[in-house]
Ligand binder design. Structure first.
Ligand code: XUL
Length: 517
């Protein structure tokens, strides 16, 4: 029995097809937006150089990528054999649609592309995504309307956060009230893609919904005070909220006639990429800690009870299998590592070799590697801060700069995530950069824990396939975890230095951050 999982992420759209009984990956495909759809001029998946901290992407690009992805996938496996579908999307991004949307999505015509049909339904040509930092005023307005940041955090699991959907919606309402008025539906990336797949106006799951500053995490439904504080008549523009185990409907005939899916194939509600990854890595019951190294780096775990971050940088999301998860997001993830690599015209091979030429602790050379405003902690930097030798501070030592970037990232991650009170023996790593042994070793050394990867990578799409199989095929999650979530024992990394090695550097990172916050 085959299940399909989709991952609509920041830089690419990917898919995995698994045989849930045989424990096999049948096919995988991925479309990188920058490489395959250069006409959208979004080399890293978003439109560069946005004004006032705006980071947007064109939803039509996501739709074109989905079609390219399915063309690739159909050449690798028979999609009529897929018996269950779900997916996940980059969190927080919002898509704004007029009232034609309901009819158009219901009757997608295979004679036209998805993007041709959906474009006229957009009331806002581009979607703000999670990297957007333009909504500080709106965050303050929402907080003050409901009684302060602590109230927003208690209600929604996070203080009002720039990249979250509620403040983004408020900014749109303030800047362009006419288009806001014309907006009949606001979807998250996940619920937008789910709507397209299922040919229906899909709901939002509690995992992704909690990243909006609009969902009450005690009731797991829209919070009327937050909704009212965000924008007028918002409630009717929002989809319903449902638990992660909800079947949304059947696949749209568009995909049956164009790509050979079987009519009637069930579609499970989509979730956010991080909640989906929690499931795909086999960590949806408390006890396992995950670090995902993607465009953003995230640190997350299923929680036995709701814990919120007293500093207001962390988040509580719904766990798609029930209960909650805590998460801390670091905006300066892969793109920061890439920026340091590119500064020296290095290949990834040379980047990795830099760790052999330098030593843990980097002889005290320390970097706050933020190339864009960071949210953990909140610091409005546009370029890294360097402290150390003269050569290092003037960017003359490439190898030390590379080590300093990665050490700075994970020392900061360790400092920021103490509130979750997790002291794991093993950390599971996932996401593109997790394949890099040098980066993984730095994580093992800084966290003083064993670091493991799973044999099957791509935990976001895999988690979506698991959820589809549980929801529509009555598959057992623990059985699939046994088949697909085995650690790749041979690639396990253990700390090679003792904890003291990073004491001085941790202090330097902490002092530099304190100066800037
Ligand atoms: C999480 C976050 C990012 C996005 C993109 O809060 O903003 O991890 O989900 O991956």
């Amino acid at each position: 029995m085959l299940a399909l999982g989709l991952d609509a992420s920041t830089q690419s759209c990917s898919a995995i097809v698994i045989d849930i009984k045989a424990g096999l990956v049948i096919a995988e495909a991925s479309v990188n937006f920058g490489q395959r759809l250069p006409q959208y001029q979004a080399p890293s998946g978003f439109i560069p150089n946005g004004a006032d901290g705006e980071v947007h992407a064109d939803p039509c690009m996501w739709l074109d990528a989905l079609e390219l992805l399915l063309v690739d996938l159909v050449s690798r496996c028979d999609l009529s054999k897929v018996a269950a579908i779900s997916g996940a999307g980059q969190q927080h991004g919002t898509v704004y649609l007029n009232d034609h949307w309901f009819h158009v999505v219901d009757k997608l015509e295979s004679t036209q592309s998805l993007s041709e049909q959906i474009k006229p339904c957009l009331t806002r040509a581009t979607a703000p995504i999670w990297m957007d930092t333009s909504t500080s005023n709106e965050c303050a307005e929402i907080a003050s309307a409901v009684g302060g940041s602590a109230v927003v955090c208690e209600k929604s699991g996070s203080i009002a956060v720039e990249r979250f959907s509620g403040p983004q919606i408020r900014r749109f309402y303030k800047n362009d009230p006419e288009s806001y008025q014309l907006t009949a539906r606001i979807h998250l990336v996940s619920s937008f893609m789910c709507s397209i797949l299922s040919g229906s106006d899909a709901p939002i799951d509690t995992g992704d919904g909690a990243g909006m500053n609009l969902l009450n995490i005690t009731e797991w439904d829209w919070d009327s005070d937050l909704v009212e504080a965000t924008a007028p008549q918002l409630k009717k523009k929002l989809p319903n909220v449902v638990p992660g185990k909800t079947t949304v409907g059947k696949i749209s005939e568009y995909f049956c006639s164009k790509y050979g899916f079987k009519t009637g194939t069930p579609v499970t509600v989509f979730s956010g990429d991080n909640p989906s990854s929690l499931v795909g890595i086999g960590a949806s019951t408390p006890g396992k800690l995950v670090i995902s190294l993607g465009t953003s780096d995230t640190f997350f775990a299923a929680m036995p009870q709701v814990i919120t971050d007293p500093e207001g940088c962390g988040h509580v999301f719904g766990n798609p299998t029930g209960g909650s998860m805590s998460l801390q997001c670091f905006v300066n993830g892969s793109l920061a590592r890439e920026a340091v690599k590119d500064k020296f015209d290095y290949s990834w091979q040379a980047f990795t070799a830099a760790f052999e030429k330098t030593v843990p602790g980097n002889e005290g050379n320390c970097m706050i590697p933020f190339f864009r405003p960071e949210i953990s902690p909140r610091i409005n930097l546009k370029a890294p801060i360097l402290k150390g030798s003269q050569a290092f501070e003037s960017w003359k030592d490439a190898d030390q700069a590379i080590r300093a970037c990665v050490e700075g990232q994970f020392i900061n991650m360790k400092l920021r995530t103490k509130w979750m009170q997790l002291e794991p023996d093993v950390i599971y790593i996932t996401g593109g950069a997790s394949e890099n042994d040098a980066i993984a070793q730095v994580i093992a050394d800084i966290f003083q824990a064993k670091v493991q990867r799973l044999v099957v990578s791509g935990s976001v799409a895999l988690g979506a396939a698991f959820r589809a199989a549980v929801c529509s095929l009555e598959a057992k999650l623990d059985e699939m975890e046994n088949l697909f979530c085995q650690p790749d024992v041979e690639s396990t990394l253990r700390p090679q230095v003792d904890g003291d090695c990073y004491q001085a550097l941790s202090k330097s990172v902490s002092d530099l951050l304190a100066l800037r916050s």
